[in-house]
Design a binder for this molecule. Structure first.
Ligand SMILES: [Zn+2]
Length: 425
């Protein structure tokens, strides 16, 4: 690299810096960067009234812009497991725990009904749960939409009984290709569901007993994309998938991927409709049936109810939109919740940590290592992994994790027509 600068190089360099500043201002003002947890508006706006920018502000902003770029370059993998729960599910959960990653389980209603305790464990570990029909019988599911719908609803009731939550994520048995027509896609969406296919098929269900080496090879030889959903199975007979799983996780870690759970808030991956489904001679449901069954269904997931939170003798309310319900877990913006409960929250940009002081409770959320540390008085600190979501300008984490880190235990979770309520003490 040349060390000496000519005049024209200097001018060019100045121009580049100016362009960078303009870019930074644009990025900041569009609010598109999700990498600035709970920054105050005053921190963000550099279009200052004086028109001059201090070096400090500039370097700060460039630093932030870099953080924003880094965040938008984040590579995400969504591991998904279909056909469980089975005896193998616990082994899968153990591996995910050991590797400190989360995944999405598309479960069958009939298996969930027989093994509710496994559904509990999936939920408890912070994984997402989706609906994979009740019995996986293609002949029934794909004979007409009303049959498919019936199985989605019966599985949903089973899962709601166990977890208290109706899953919105749906995966079609065998995938949508060759199975779903326009009606299936449209009415499920109208009913409030999100249908997810996948990007990478691990090939573990291509035939019986596909060896782990082949499963690993299928996954690792697939083209890498910025976001990818990987299809695997944790149903009976998929012991080779369990064997392959650690290598698959290591592969994505090595390539810098973050592991996330699927969410009804994101754009789904869906296969296109194959021409062959037109020849299936299905009878479309009547308008009256759609009006009665599908249309009102979406309100089951709709917003509208505030979440009332009681913790340490303080009560506060989060309006719809100030919290979200993601696969059985309330997700909340840390600063909003803790400040309303009377805590002080400080964000440290250089270490990317949030520090909360709440009476004699100290909580630190490290967004880099995705760890939350809770300490109360003399008791020793407890450190737990935490799934963090950056949303606009906030840091969102599961309410349960936040409360437990502050030494609170959730004693009841309830909902009625007017409100949702979580009580902790
Ligand atoms: Zn399946």
């Amino acid at each position: 690299m040349k060390r000496n600068c000519t005049m024209s190089q200097l001018i060019l360099r100045s121009l580049l810096i100016m362009m960078l500043v303009i870019t930074v201002v644009l990025v900041m003002n569009t609010g598109q960067n999700g990498a600035m947890p709970e920054a105050k508006a005053s921190d963000i706006s550099i279009a200052s009234s004086s028109g001059s920018l201090s070096v400090e502000t500039l370097s700060h902003s460039v630093h932030r812009a870099a953080a924003a770029i880094k965040s938008s370059n984040e590579k995400i993998v969504y591991l998904s497991f279909d056909d469980g729960p089975s005896k193998l599910t616990d082994q899968v959960l153990n591996i995910l725990k050991k590797e400190n990653v989360t995944a999405t389980f598309f479960v069958l209603g009939e298996h969930a009904k027989h093994s509710p305790e496994i559904i509990y464990r999936i939920e408890d570990a912070g994984h997402a749960i989706g609906n994979h029909s009740f019995n996986h019988e293609y002949d029934e599911l794909y004979s007409s939409f009303t049959h498919f719908w019936g199985q989605i609803k019966s599985t949903e009731e089973v899962l709601k009984e166990i977890t208290g939550v109706r899953p919105r994520l749906v995966r079609a048995p065998g995938g949508t290709y060759g199975h779903f027509d326009e009606t299936y896609f449209d009415l499920l969406e109208k009913g409030g569901y999100k249908v997810f296919d996948w990007d990478v098929d691990s090939g573990d269900s291509k035939r019986k007993g596909v060896p782990a080496s082949e499963i690993i090879n299928n996954v690792t030889s697939a083209k890498l994309k910025k976001e990818m959903i990987v299809l695997m199975h944790d149903g009976t007979g998929h012991a080779e998938t369990v064997k392959a799983l650690p290598a698959i996780i290591k592969f994505y870690k090595k390539h810098g991927y973050t592991f996330r759970t699927l969410s009804p808030e994101q754009n789904p991956v869906q296969f296109h409709i194959s021409a062959s489904v037109k020849n299936k001679g299905r009878i479309s449901p009547s308008l009256a049936w759609v009006q009665t069954n599908v249309v009102p269904n979406a309100s089951l997931f709709g917003p509208g109810k505030p979440l009332v939170l009681e913790a340490a003798g303080v009560e506060t309310k989060l309006d719809p939109g100030e919290y979200s319900l993601r696969n059985g877990q309330y997700q909340v913006p840390v600063r909003t919740v803790m400040e309303r409960l009377g805590a002080q929250v400080k964000w440290d940009q250089s270490s990317k940590t949030a520090a909360i002081a709440w009476g004699d409770v100290r909580i630190v959320i490290d967004t880099r290592s995705e760890k939350i540390t809770g300490e109360q008085g003399e008791t020793s600190a407890r450190i737990s992994p935490v799934a963090i979501n950056h949303d606009k300008s906030s840091l969102w984490i599961p309410l349960r994790t936040l409360l437990e880190s502050s030494g609170q235990t959730i004693v009841s979770v309830a909902a009625n027509q007017q409100e949702r309520r979580v009580k902790a003490q």
